[in-house]
Design a protein around this ligand. Structure first.
Ligand code: SAM
Ligand code: DTB
Ligand code: SF4
Length: 364
């Protein structure tokens, strides 16, 4: 059985990433089998509960208000709308709903109370509930936990060095702090990143070093291939090659043996053969549903056909960790503190982010 290590070096990880492919696949598949059932894949459905208009400048993101993209913004969904979508997801084989909001951070108030009610409602449907709402404080993480949240997604996105080339409105250390706040509760951590943003292999390895250093390591790690959206600073990036994706998945599997590795954004570009290689290399989770947050994803029926073809079974909910108990709002132990989160705003200039912002201004 391979051990969980928190002291991987970038060089060791790069050596793994660049192994001859057959050796890399064999090693990853061996470790995968030691820690997981290779024929089970966890299925999550994404739901954008609040779309667009985000104040941050993440260079990959179509939801940043400052860029000119075609997405349709929406106010926060109602609890009833979310419940209807969750039931649909459940009937199509998903064990988890991941609710995303285009927020920099959670703010105490009626909208957060509404999100807490969504968490309670989905947990009562016996599905795992995940949220990705931007930065959270410890008190907010505790309120989410109390409502029955199973996982919180907050990605490192890239290496600490390359992160500065993509986002200028908040620092890498703020991401670590949010993850730390989530860790103070019994909510599991989902944190990964994106490849194909122009980073070097060293940055991919650097991101994995940062993820492996976390103790405990994240229970799930999404590996996204950049979806290059028109109007964003990264609109001209070349699509990620399947070989890079397979190498990234395999390396992630080797250095994070117990984690569920999720094949995330970018699957519409991948063939079934390519995805099968990723599953062989240790991916054991996907986002299902015809939409990610704002961009397309493969059709659920096609995914289920692929599962059948490959002999894969969707994972049942609460296999890795018990279902949390939901505490009703009126019995809550935690009061909103109305905290103003402190975050470091490096505010350095990223040339391509500035250009995309100016282009958007000119188009308005
Ligand atoms: N606003 C929250 C935040 O940033 O934490 C939650 C939503 S945000 C869209 C969640 C993650 O989606 C980002 O951290 C990023 O890794 C991923 N993502 C966003 N746009 C993407 C794109 N165009 N291609 C691939 N991944 C993307
Ligand atoms: C993650 O790592 N990928 C998901 C989820 N966590 C929130 C989001 C992918 C978004 C892709 C671009 C879009 O659809 O807007
Ligand atoms: Fe906002 Fe999240 Fe998009 Fe960044 S990734 S612009 S924080 S929605």
């Amino acid at each position: 059985m391979s051990e969980v290590r928190h002291n991987w070096t970038k060089e060791e990880i790069l050596d793994i990433y660049n192994k001859p492919l057959m050796e890399l696949l064999y090693k990853a598949a061996t470790i995968h089998r030691q820690h997981h059932d290779p024929n089970t894949v966890q299925v999550s459905t994404l739901l954008s509960i609040k779309t667009g208009g985000c104040p941050e400048d993440c260079g990959y993101c179509p939801q940043a208000a400052r860029y000119h993209t075609d997405i349709e913004g929406n106010d926060l969904m109602t609890v009833q709308q979310v419940k209807a979508q969750a039931l649909r997801a459940k009937s199509s084989g998903s064990s988890r709903v991941c609710m995303g909001a285009a927020w920099r951070n959670v703010k105490d108030g009626p909208e957060f109370d509404q999100v807490l009610e969504m968490v309670r409602t989905i947990n009562k449907l016996d599905m795992e509930v995940c949220c990705t709402l931007g930065m959270v404080t410890e008190n907010q993480a505790k309120r989410l936990a109390e409502a029955g949240l199973y996982a919180y997604n907050h990605n490192l996105d890239s290496s600490e060095e390359y992160y500065k080339e993509v986002i200028s409105t908040r620092g890498f250390e703020d991401r670590l702090e949010t993850i730390d706040n989530v860790r103070k509760t019994n909510v599991t951590v989902c944190s990964g990143g994106i490849i194909g943003m122009g980073e070097k292999e060293e940055d991919r390895a650097g991101m994995l070093v940062a993820l492996t250093t976390l103790n405990p390591q994240p229970e799930s790690v999404p590996i996204n291939a950049l979806v290059a959206v028109d109007g964003t600073p990264l609109e001209d990036q070349e699509p990620v090659s399947i070989w890079d994706m397979v190498r990234m998945v395999a390396t992630t599997r080797i250095v994070l043996p117990e984690t569920q590795v999720r094949l995330s954004a970018g699957r519409t570009q991948m063939t079934r053969e390519g995805q099968a290689l990723c599953f062989f290399a240790g991916a054991n989770s996907i986002f299902a549903g015809d939409k990610l947050l704002t961009t397309p994803n493969p059709d659920v029926n096609e995914d289920m056909e692929m599962f059948k073809l490959l002999g894969l079974n969707p994972q049942k909910p609460f296999i890795k960790k018990m279902q949390p108990q939901t505490v009703e709002a009126e019995n809550s132990q935690f009061k909103p503190l109305g905290e103003k989160p402190k975050w470091s705003r490096p505010d350095h200039k990223i040339e391509r982010n500035e250009e995309a912002k100016q282009k958007a201004k000119a188009l308005k």
